[in-house]
Design a binder for this molecule. Structure first.
Ligand code: F6P
Length: 357
């Protein structure tokens, strides 16, 4: 038996752990794994791929990025703008299916976020035996309690806050740290809580800049002359809009710049020197944490088990400490957002963190 594997969308720590799991489990069954390069692009005839034998997978569990390459702007993109679904053109679908047939591939594992999984669903609807594996640092997929990559990204935020704290307190400055996460505030919330932020701004809780300024003034009055403010890239003021860095092809837009906006407003309102640090792609790079290596490997092994059982059209999912699966159709297009009334936000408030509301 021959199975295919591809990684789609933005890269993410733990992708290679999935590959490690897939190759390990498939090899035990005597199957061969074909890794397609650059996501679905590798399916374009005659196929751009490499054979993933155990030797190729050796040691990759500790590597960041993806040994297969990936793209989020390919021919097979099925999500545009603010989440509109587009059908993969019939001719492209036909070409991809003929590549799979010519290579004798009997099942395809697609590892990616909502866009990649939406395309995977279209392949499944076209009769391709597909398994989905959820991936995103944003942790914004509803049908899984956790995605690999999120823990690694959060750790970067915590490390950055630890470092920024020492320089901010030396200079008695306010430091605004912009983090990723798209429309979900998970990275800001977990990173800010773990890294000892004083203010966390997330898309799910619109902020009032005057409230944040008051937090800084209150801290000054208490003799606390430095402050750490974590801002999710998707955060927006009450009644205002998200800050967009740039429009990209296909109606997509890139979030970014809210950190600078918040810092400028705070400096104006408080008179306190306020600096910005945008963590950007540092959050996606580097080695995965132990949790992400473990989760990625478990996801990869489980994907092979689903193929073995013939349970196609399903996405691997992590629920209540167990790895299981759900229908891809039920998993896509459902955002997992922070509950503003939830236990984690409540915990943060209890330890004195402001959400600027
Ligand atoms: O979805 C992961 C993510 O890193 C988001 O947090 C961020 O908004 C986006 O991807 C950045 O994408 P790109 O690398 O294409 O700029």
């Amino acid at each position: 038996m021959r199975i295919g594997l591809l990684n789609g969308g933005g890269d993410c720590p733990g992708l290679n752990a999935v590959t490690h799991g897939v190759v390990g489990a498939a090899t035990r069954l005597g199957w061969e794994v074909i890794g397609f390069r650059d996501g679905y692009e590798g399916l374009l005839p005659p196929g751009d791929y490499k054979i993933l034998n155990p030797e190729k997978a050796r040691g990759i569990i500790r590597q960041g990025g993806t040994i297969l390459g990936t793209t989020n702007h390919g021919h097979f993109s099925s999500k545009h703008g603010s989440g509109d679904v587009a059908k993969v053109p019939a001719e492209l679908m036909r070409q991809a299916k003929s590549t799979l047939k010519n290579l004798g591939i009997e099942a395809l594992i697609c590892v990616g976020g909502d866009g990649t999984l939406t395309t995977a669903l279209q392949f499944a609807e076209e009769g391709v035996p597909v398994i989905g594996v959820p991936k995103t640092i944003d942790n914004d997929l509803k049908a899984t309690a956790m995605t690999f990559g999120f823990d690694s990204a959060t750790q970067v935020v915590v490390d950055a806050l630890d470092r920024l704290n020492t320089t901010a307190s030396s200079h008695k400055r306010a430091m605004v740290v912009e983090v990723m996460g798209r429309h979900a505030g998970w990275i800001a919330l977990y990173g800010g809580l773990g890294g000892g932020a004083n203010v966390i701004l997330i898309p799910e809780i619109p902020y009032d800049i005057r409230k944040i300024a008051q937090v800084i003034r209150d801290r000054e009055a208490d003799g606390l002359h430095s402050s750490l403010i974590v801002v999710a890239e998707g955060a927006a003021p009450a009644g205002g809009t998200q800050t967009v860095e740039a429009a990209v092809a296909g109606g997509e837009y890139r979030l970014g710049g809210v950190g600078e906006r918040v810092a400028a407003d705070l400096e104006r309102l408080t008179g306190k020197e306020t600096r910005t640090c945008t963590l950007g792609h540092l959050q996606r790079g580097g080695s995965p944490t132990s949790f992400d290596r473990m989760l990625g490997t478990r996801f990869g092994v489980h994907a092979v088990k689903l193929i073995e059982r013939g349970e196609f059209g399903r996405m691997v999912s992590y629920q209540r400490y167990h790895v299981g699966s759900v229908l891809i159709a039920e998993a896509v297009s459902q955002l997992n957002l922070v509950d503003p009334e939830g236990e984690v936000v409540e915990t943060a408030r209890c330890v004195g963190i402001s959400f600027g509301d």
